[in-house]
Design a protein around this ligand. Structure first.
Ligand code: PLP
Length: 378
């Protein structure tokens, strides 16, 4: 066989496996509340990588520990919010609604805006997206996404919790689809992340799932997904759920709402989580835990994930890893355990934190090989 034949064969093999992923609703239709005639609004989200991370295992002080990253930054708009949004926008459009509304710390608005644009591409020209963001507390990349995907951005002089109350009221009074995670379709779509983790671990859940907690929809969705996969006999085990809040925005840990939540991890800067009780149930039923991590611990983990592992995530995502490092240093982790940390969103959304958290000082030289070589002591 000559070289070209070989090339052709491997290309065929590649394209047949590469092009197969149909988006998460089509992939997991049998496990989701969706009927067969519904037109799916999808950007082929899901199927995100599960990456083994020796660097995190080492930072935990347990070098042999199997720690995996579920890298949700690989979704089309750069966060796990796409999982819930494909479902929420699909259902809203199917029920005749054309205006999507949400309050957002950034990623929900990016995802809502993207899937509304996707709906327009399928002929729903009057589909519109309105996003309410807390003024001044949203990473620039996320704001840029909401704008360029064509949504109407409203900055409210208040925090996320206030913005959420406003959109809930608006959606009650008008024919508008509320696409925050209080919408059960969001949780339904987000369950698929748990399905994927079990599929990627060959039919087993990890022993522990570590996840950042903000409005607490995602931890609730993962737990619902793990339980469902277990009850259907697809997964042989269920995990313990370990949720982590930022210390300045840790209402569930403190047992009471936080009026003025503060943290560098803006995506989890939430003082009164909408899915509080579901999150507590997930932790209790799974014999898990909920704890908080300081901004210093978050930034330490954030830098480690980038420089020691080569994965780009946003600060809120790093709370899962910071939490794992914290509890493993307290001796709470079995060295034989398999652990998955969810990295919820992509780091490129928040370049300012990347620059601010590192002592960035480029070496300046003349534009000649000699000066560069000298600067490098070569
Ligand atoms: C939304 C979000 C979270 C928090 O998820 P909840 O479902 O609100 O608990 C964490 N990280 C990122 C990057 C997010 O966008």
């Amino acid at each position: 066989m000559n070289f070209l034949d070989n090339l052709f064969k491997s290309k065929q093999a590649r394209t047949s496996s590469f092009n197969r992923w149909p988006g998460l609703i089509n992939a997991y239709r049998d496990y989701l509340n969706i009927d067969s005639e519904t037109e799916i609004i999808s950007l082929c989200e899901g199927n995100t990588p599960l990456i083994l991370s020796p660097a995190i295992a080492k930072a935990c002080g347990v070098p042999g520990l199997k720690v995996y990253i579920k890298f949700e930054g690989a979704n089309p708009s750069g966060s796990f919010k796409d999982r819930g949004m494909t479902m929420a926008v699909t259902k809203a459009i199917a029920s005749g609604l054309r205006i999507m509304i949400c309050a957002s710390t950034g990623n929900t608005s990016a995802a809502a805006a993207a899937y509304t644009a996707c709906a327009r591409s399928l002929g729903y020209h009057d589909a519109k997206c309105v996003v309410l963001v807390p003024d001044g507390y949203i990473a620039l990349g996320k704001l840029a996404q909401a704008i360029i995907y064509g949504s109407q951005v409203i900055q409210v002089a208040g925090n996320f919790d206030q913005a959420l109350n406003i959109v809930r009221e608006l959606a009650d009074k008008h024919p508008i689809a509320l696409v925050n995670s209080v919408n059960p379709d969001r949780i339904e779509g987000q369950k698929t992340a748990a399905f994927e983790v079990c599929d990627q671990l060959n039919g087993f859940a990890p022993n522990i799932l570590c996840i950042p907690v903000g409005n607490a929809g995602n931890i609730s969705a993962y737990w619902a997904g793990f339980k469902q996969y277990y009850n259907f006999g697809v997964s042989k085990t269920k995990p313990r759920m370990f949720g982590f809040q930022a210390a300045g925005a840790a209402p569930i840990v403190l047992g009471k709402p936080v009026e003025n939540p503060e943290t560098i991890a803006t995506a989890i800067r939430i003082g009164n989580p909408a899915s509080w009780h579901m999150a507590e149930a997930a932790v209790k039923e799974s014999n898990g835990l909920i704890d908080s991590v300081t901004d210093e611990e978050i930034i330490e983990a954030y830098k480690l994930i980038h420089s020691a592992q080569g994965i780009c995530c946003e600060p809120a995502s790093a709370a899962s890893v910071a939490g794992l490092i914290k509890v493993s240093r307290q001796g709470k982790i079995d060295p034989e355990a398999t652990i998955v940390c969810v990295l919820t969103g992509h780091g490129l959304k928040d370049p300012q934190t990347a620059i601010d958290s590192s002592q960035f000082s480029p070496i300046k030289t003349e534009a000649s090989m000699d000066s560069v070589a000298r600067a490098l002591n070569l």
